[in-house]
Design a protein around this ligand. Structure first.
Ligand code: ADP
Length: 343
């Protein structure tokens, strides 16, 4: 598809360049022919010997000494050949340049389409797993002649789990879509980052409690310009991950600090950590390190950090990670205290 588009674009570029070049050549040809004709005619008129004593009106007029029409035709032919050669050279050079430029123009679009295709394929794949489980459970139960109320209830509970998974995935996908299409268009207001983190910790307590994890929040009130909903989504993603990848009875430390331009907050856990070979990819959509796939308690879709990165970027900030396997991970987010009006 892109090879065809590249050829079409090349043809358009060449057509535009050649139209200008041919028009220019025609103008040059006409200009030069007219000028040559005038010069040749002028050279063909010669002054006869003059009597300098006579006043001007009585002197002998110029004499036509013969006008070589063939000279003019020959010159015109030579000009035509040269212009044809120049235009052929322009056609070849512009063709090659246009092909190269068309490739460069289409490259980012091709990359975007490829990414979009991969995204749709990954999303469908992730959706298919819980849907297949749901379908199989229902089909098996329908064939069961001895299905009683107790079993039907178990089936519904199991179905509900799968529906929850599908709902979580679609929420993630919607979130991702929202941040990718509305980058830098989020409504900002002055918010206290500390109270957002505090609320997030509060909401995560029940999850932490199940794994007997202690969460500590260090820092004091800090006002920044940001979108409060996105910020609390960002903090939730980082804190949920810290809990998910911590060991039973572990600790999580949230730190908030600032310098004169930036606010920085970090989420540190002492859990399974991330292998150096996985680190470059963890912010990619649908990427999950093997360690998190193999353990069934750490369910997820590999979308959280990708959303987190989009949120941080829409606030013109930066997210970084430091991690050592079996020691723990620290995710640090740096956000500007003030947002530029024109960004
Ligand atoms: P999910 O957690 O749903 O798999 P994320 O996008 O949030 O997806 O994270 C991507 C991957 O990064 C995870 O699968 C996991 O391997 C790794 N990861 C993220 N946060 C942590 C953490 N705090 N500790 C260890 N690994 C982590």
């Amino acid at each position: 598809m892109f090879a065809k588009a590249r050829l079409k674009l090349t043809l358009w570029y060449v057509l535009i360049i050649m139209s200008v070049s041919v028009l220019f050549s025609l103008a040059v040809y006409h200009g030069l022919s007219a000028e040559l004709g005038r010069n040749i005619r002028h050279v063909s008129l010669r002054m006869p010997p003059q009597n300098e004593l006579l006043p001007l009106p009585f002197r002998a007029p110029p004499v036509l000494i013969g006008f070589e029409e063939s000279l003019l035709t020959e010159s015109k032919e030579r000009i035509t050949i040269e212009l044809v050669l120049i235009n052929t050279a322009i056609l070849i050079v512009s063709g090659l340049a246009a092909f190269f430029l068309a490739g460069r123009t289409l490259k980012p679009i091709e990359k975007m389409v490829e990414e979009q295709k991969r995204f749709v394929a990954d999303a469908s794949h992730e959706l298919r797993t819980p849907l297949t489980a749901l379908k199989t459970e229902i089909e098996v139960s329908l064939r069961d002649k001895k299905l009683n109320l107790h079993r039907a209830r178990d089936l519904l509970l199991s179905n509900l789990e799968e529906v929850d998974k599908i709902q979580a995935l679609t929420n993630y996908l919607l979130s991702l879509g929202r941040y990718q299409t509305s980058q830098a268009k989020l409504p900002f207001e002055t918010v206290d980052l500390h109270s957002i983190l505090d609320e997030t910790v509060e909401k995560a307590q029940s999850l932490a409690y199940e794994k007997k994890i202690t969460i500590r929040l260090d820092g004091k009130a800090l006002k920044i310009q940001a979108n409060p909903t996105s910020l609390s989504e960002l903090a939730t993603i980082l804190l949920d991950n810290a809990i998910k990848y911590s060991h039973q009875g572990g600790n999580i430390l949230l730190k908030l600090r600032s310098d004169h331009k930036y606010a920085a907050f970090s989420a540190q856990d002492f859990g399974i950590g991330i292998k150096p070979s996985d680190l470059p990819y963890i912010f990619d959509r649908f990427y999950r390190a093997d360690a998190s796939r193999s353990k069934d308690q750490t369910d997820g879709y590999g979308l959280g950090l990708s959303i987190a990165k989009n949120i941080v970027e829409s606030h013109h900030g930066k997210i970084t990670v430091e991690s050592t396997p079996n020691v723990g991970s620290t995710f640090t987010v740096r956000l500007p205290l003030k947002q530029s009006k024109y960004s």
